[in-house]
Design a protein around this ligand. Structure first.
Ligand SMILES: NC(=O)c1ccc[n+]([C@@H]2O[C@H](COP(=O)([O-])OP(=O)(O)OC[C@H]3O[C@@H](n4cnc5c(N)ncnc54)[C@H](OP(=O)(O)O)[C@@H]3O)[C@@H](O)[C@H]2O)c1
Length: 337
């Protein structure tokens, strides 16, 4: 069998054009470039999801130049299964391409029972990264995050643990997720003094969730920390998916997801108005939602989720039109205010 035979689905041959169209931004004050759109594996990559679909989404991502993949110890369900599936796919399809990928994992939410499987202790973080590396079959992750701040653990302990992981070679860089501006400044001071400054900060940001704008984004610029923002499509609300109700199979139609069905009627009017502006721009609503985020100078990369390769392909087309007139921005602000 010829492993370069693209018509044979058994072997994945990445597109030779994969770096031709994606744009890459420098992440804070570092040597790392990240694609303007990154892929998160929170949903659609667990044991309850289709393995083949997960595999196809990752192949599509790589073909589109999406080099940054975001995981966490507890992604699934069940917990750990997204990392395990990702490890299998990496081994099957991306052999020889590890060094083209920038892979993130995290710990900070509940992962295993008892007092050592949650929050921000050194005990938890050290054990968790070892488990993540084992599940993914990796020697190191490119960036390891503390997934959320922990008010009970001294910040020094958590930051020293993250620094230790870098010094041990288990992670190349450190990230912070959901840290407030004040917590980020304190953490950055501790880590910089240790010689391991924070590479990147992860927070929720979309047209429907703008709380990071007044303080966090300027802080990240001041501190020269990169910014990756999650749920940019408000988990699908900022797409054309819910314009006519809640389709079967969508996130809002499922139990145990973070997008409640009652969110849809609450936001439908706003979404319809935004959709009209997107249409006038010749974009889909999802594309406008992504390109609007990229107008913020603090943003390094927009972290999308996708339940199909087609969604991802559609979302990446956002990069074809990232310029907004001041009139468009005013109209959007009026709708959102
Ligand atoms: N640090 C943290 O605490 C944290 C928290 C949350 C997420 N994250 C990270 O951020 C990533 C992205 O979050 P997210 O999944 O909430 O992001 P999102 O991009 O706002 O939502 C993704 C969902 O929107 C729908 N969608 C995407 N593109 C679409 C399109 N073109 N047309 C129609 N529907 C579309 C799909 O839902 P359907 O299933 O309905 O098709 C998809 O699963 C996660 O995977 C994770 O890596 C981090």
């Amino acid at each position: 069998m010829n492993i370069n035979d693209k018509s044979n689905p058994k072997f994945y041959v990445p597109s030779p054009d994969r770096y031709k169209t994606m744009k890459y931004n420098r992440c804070g004050n570092s040597g790392v470039l990240l694609p303007q759109i990154s892929l998160g594996l929170w949903h659609n990559f667990g044991f309850y999801d289709s393995f083949e679909n997960a595999r196809n989404i990752l192949k599509k991502a790589f073909d589109l130049g999406i080099t940054h993949l975001d995981l966490a110890n507890n992604y699934g369900p069940p917990y750990g299964s997204a990392e395990e599936n990702f490890g299998r796919i990496l081994h099957k399809d991306f052999k020889g391409h590890r060094d083209e990928l920038f892979i993130a994992s995290k710990a900070g939410f509940d992962m295993w029972p008892g007092p050592y499987g949650d929050n921000g202790s050194k005990k938890y973080l050290v054990a968790s990264i070892d488990q993540s590396l084992q599940r993914m079959g990796l020697d190191y992750v490119d960036v390891f995050y503390h997934h959320r701040p922990d008010a009970e653990t001294p910040l020094e302990e958590t930051m020293h643990a993250l620094d230790l992981l870098v010094k041990q070679g288990k992670a190349l860089y450190i990230g912070l997720s959901r840290y407030s501006p004040e917590e980020t400044i304190k953490a950055q001071k501790i880590l910089s003094d240790l010689g391991t400054p924070v590479l990147i900060h992860q927070s929720k940001y979309s047209m429907l969730e703008r709380s990071v704008e007044p303080k966090l984004l300027p802080t990240l610029l001041d501190e020269k920390i990169g910014s990756i923002v999650f749920s940019p499509l408000a988990q699908g609300l900022l797409t054309d998916k819910y314009l006519k109700g809640i389709p079967e199979g969508s996130r809002a139609s499922k139990d145990n997801t973070y997008l409640q069905a009652d969110e849809v009627p609450k936001t439908i009017e706003t979404i319809q108005k935004l959709n009209k502006i997107a249409q006038n721009r010749g974009q889909k609503l999802s594309q406008m939602a992504i390109s609007w985020i990229l107008t913020q100078p603090a943003i390094t990369t927009v972290l999308v989720g996708a339940s199909s390769p087609l969604q991802l392909e559609e979302n990446v087309k956002a990069l074809d039109n990232t310029i907004f007139s001041s009139e468009e921005l005013d109209k959007i602000n009026k709708i959102l205010s």
